[in-house]
Design a protein around this ligand. Structure first.
Ligand SMILES: Cc1cc2nc3c(=O)[nH]c(=O)nc-3n(C[C@H](O)[C@H](O)[C@H](O)COP(=O)(O)OP(=O)(O)OC[C@H]3O[C@@H](n4cnc5c(N)ncnc54)[C@H](O)[C@@H]3O)c2cc1C
Length: 412
């Protein structure tokens, strides 16, 4: 087989789309056709709905989807992380059962990792899974689970061995969310949105075959999920809704529903795009302090962009970018906080008003209460500092007295 080049990939996907794209098909029908062709997930293996192409060609494929105005596979939310985790650690049965329905968008997913006593220290998970009869029975609680109220399936970390040290006694499962043993209670955030939930398990059932990886191997599986989560920030945008037709109508409906829990995420990132227009609008663009703050924001944004480009070229060249995702994550927090600072300087006390006649229709107030979230989600800033210290700077490992002790003896 000849090696793929940018031109050959572009020509192939273009020819396939020109012959097959039909906006009048139902969304699932179109996606099934697309999935069979491998162009929905070209970097996945050929036996699992992909074309086995290097990930660097995804951008070219997306450009062709945008050019013709075709809908692509479902990508929003945790389903992408679930798919990546299943591809790396799942059995053939998992791949058959879950991957296709992830791509068609028929199933939605959530991530049951964080819990009241262990967010950063994920290995200290305490919900228990006991094997009884021919299935796993789960009891305990998770929290901060984005979109749990809409999910069909969850990636769950639960403790299966209390005598092993914490990292070796947890196991990863695919938990069916829609069952009587799972109770989802929504949480209201300080910005007024309702993205995440508490999830309680009361004898929730997991079929034996839904164990992912090895019993006690949940830590390895979770690391894969988290590595993909950090990468997700730089992942492919979905095609722009540029065309009419049944497939697009359903895709836009799906996207609107999927984005509902995330609609404050632009504000969480600080809205650096609004800073200069807001300064001009409020007549503060000649104020030396505001100008200085905006310059610092621009400097941080550009440095982050160059770091992301360095990371992308490392990936394209086939090198492992290592912990570079942590630098990007930390940079996003710094940028969001600096942007919030400038918005605060420009708006003054009126930035606290949330009514529609407040500055930027209340968006400034939403920014101020949403920005703290970016320093927490997907691993806090402090945890990113530790990762950078240990894996990039080569500092000694953070001491952890509970690491080698049987988990049941760890004080909690
Ligand atoms: C928008 C959003 C969406 C989320 N979605 C999900 C989801 O879908 N699924 C899910 O499972 N979770 C989700 N989370 C939860 C998130 O992963 C956790 O909040 C995060 O990992 C931190 O855990 P924690 O809240 O328990 O804080 P803790 O771990 O209790 O940390 C409290 C404070 O102590 C600091 N700290 C903790 N350990 C250390 C250390 N070793 N060194 C230095 N400082 C330390 C932390 O940095 C933090 O400041 C979400 C969170 C947010 C904000």
């Amino acid at each position: 087989m000849t090696e793929a080049t940018e031109t050959s990939v572009r020509n192939d996907v273009r020819a396939w789309l020109e012959a097959n794209w039909n906006p009048e098909l139902g969304l699932v029908e179109w996606r099934q056709k697309l999935i069979e062709s491998g162009w929905g997930a070209p970097h996945w293996p050929t036996q699992w709905y992909g074309r086995g192409l290097p990930v660097k060609f995804n951008g070219v494929v997306d450009e062709e989807f945008r050019r013709i105005g075709a809908v692509t596979v479902a990508r929003a939310g945790i389903r992408t992380l679930a798919a990546a985790t299943i591809l790396d650690h799942g059995t053939d049965l998992h791949k058959e059962k879950f991957l296709k329905r992830i791509l068609t968008g028929e199933d939605t997913w959530c991530q049951l990792f964080s819990e009241p006593g262990s967010g950063s220290d994920m290995a200290a998970a305490t919900p228990r899974a006991d094997f009884k009869g021919n299935k796993w029975i789960v009891n305990g609680q998770k929290v901060w689970t984005t979109s749990a109220h809409k999910a069909d399936w969850a990636l769950l970390l639960a403790r299966t061995d209390w005598d092993a040290p914490k990292h070796r006694g947890i196991t990863a499962f695919v938990l069916p969310m829609r069952q009587p043993g799972v109770e989802v209670r929504p949480l209201r955030q300080m910005n007024g949105h309702q993205s995440f939930n508490e999830v309680f398990f009361d004898d929730a059932e997991v079929p034996a075959e839904n164990l992912i990886g090895e019993p006690g191997g949940g830590w390895t599986v979770a690391i894969t999920t988290l590595a993909h989560e950090r990468r997700l920030a730089a992942s492919r945008p979905a095609s722009a809704p540029s065309a009419a037709g049944q497939a697009w109508r359903e895709a836009i409906e799906e996207r609107t529903a999927a984005r509902e829990p995330h609609k404050w995420y632009p504000q969480r990132a600080g809205r650096p795009d609004l800073v200069a227009p807001r300064a001009a609008e409020a007549g503060r663009d000649t104020d030396p302090v505001v100008r200085q703050q905006i310059a610092q924001l621009a400097q941080a944004t550009m440095s982050a962009r160059w770091t992301a480009q360095r990371r992308a070229s490392a990936v394209a060249a086939g090198r492992n970018p290592g912990a570079a995702g942590s630098i990007g994550k930390l940079a996003s927090s710094e940028i969001a906080r600096q942007a919030a600072r400038v918005h605060g300087s420009i708006a003054g006390a009126s930035g606290l008003l949330a009514s529609p006649d407040a500055p930027a229709d209340g968006v400034i107030a939403e920014i101020l209460v949403s920005v703290p979230g970016i320093s927490i989600a997907g691993g806090t800033d402090e945890i990113q500092h530790t990762i950078i210290g240990e894996r990039i700077l080569g500092l000694p490992k953070e001491p952890d007295a509970s690491k080698d002790v049987p988990f049941r003896e760890v004080p909690r």
